[in-house]
Design a protein around this ligand. Structure first.
Ligand SMILES: [Fe+2]
Ligand SMILES: [Fe+2]
Length: 245
């Protein structure tokens, strides 16, 4: 099966080309991808312990191994680029820190097999489309392009097996499961955008407060400074030590 980038990714191709053109940024992005893949692998290894269906357990385990291998491939190429282009201070060991974003941070324990398979199918399809788009714009870096092409083959397998297993386990309501998963992903995307907008709005409001509320206090402080007597001022007469009056 040949995966094509989504329409949005095709429209954003010039932007993708610009993002991947810089070798330092390329290195940092690959190291971040490695972190995400490793996190996804850990989630899937946990998922492999849950189902009673032996085929599904085996497939999840294979999937987890694939994601770990992707993490290694991305990390190796990222480190090569760091060594070649000297971007090391910007990425120092951060890629090894355990992240929380793998598979959109799905809580595998809380999902039934059908829901998890629908979710995985959608997220693997989206990842495959994006990786195809990145591979297309990496004409200048054949080795990184090769990494993406290798990983893309596995992503296609992940995309296909999750869809087939969903059809096997839920032949009647597979469509509903996919729509539910799609709605969940859309809600997560909405939340992410809402949080980003709220943070932007908060920053703008604080900046506005700084420039609108602070100047009157600064003017008052300056005025009272002008009223202060300059130079030495005689000390006040000492108060009585025997009476409070
Ligand atoms: Fe992967
Ligand atoms: Fe995958």
């Amino acid at each position: 099966m040949r995966v094509k980038p989504s329409t949005l990714d095709r429209l954003l191709k010039p932007l993708h080309r610009w993002i991947w053109a810089d070798a330092g940024r390329r290195a940092r992005k690959l190291l971040t991808f490695a972190e995400t893949e490793a996190d996804g692998g850990r989630d899937l290894a946990r998922a492999a312990e849950l189902p009673r269906d032996p085929l599904l357990r085996r497939l999840y385990l294979l999937h987890a191994q694939d994601e770990q291998r992707h993490a290694d491939l991305f990390a190796r190429r990222g480190r090569e680029l760091v060594a070649l282009h000297g971007a090391a201070p910007l990425v120092e060991a951060n890629w090894l820190a355990p992240g929380e974003r793998g598979l959109d941070d799905v809580r595998v324990e809380q999902h039934k097999d059908e829901a998890l398979l629908a979710f995985l199918h959608l997220s693997e399809s989206a990842a495959a489309g994006r990786f195809a788009a990145y591979a297309e714009v990496l004409e200048a870096d054949a080795r990184t392009r090769e990494v993406f092409s290798r990983i893309l083959k596995d992503e296609v397998f992940h995309m296909t097996y999750t869809r087939r297993q969903l059809a096997r386990l839920a032949p009647r309501d597979q469509g509903v499961r996919l729509w539910q998963a799609r709605a969940g992903r859309m809600f997560s995307a909405y939340l992410r955008i809402a949080v980003a907008l709220a943070s932007l709005f908060g920053q703008a409001l604080l900046t506005l407060q700084y420039f609108v509320l602070l100047p009157p206090f600064a003017a008052l402080a300056r005025r009272s400074t002008r009223r202060e007597t300059q130079g030495f001022v005689p000390a006040r007469a000492p108060t009585s030590m025997t009476s409070q009056y």
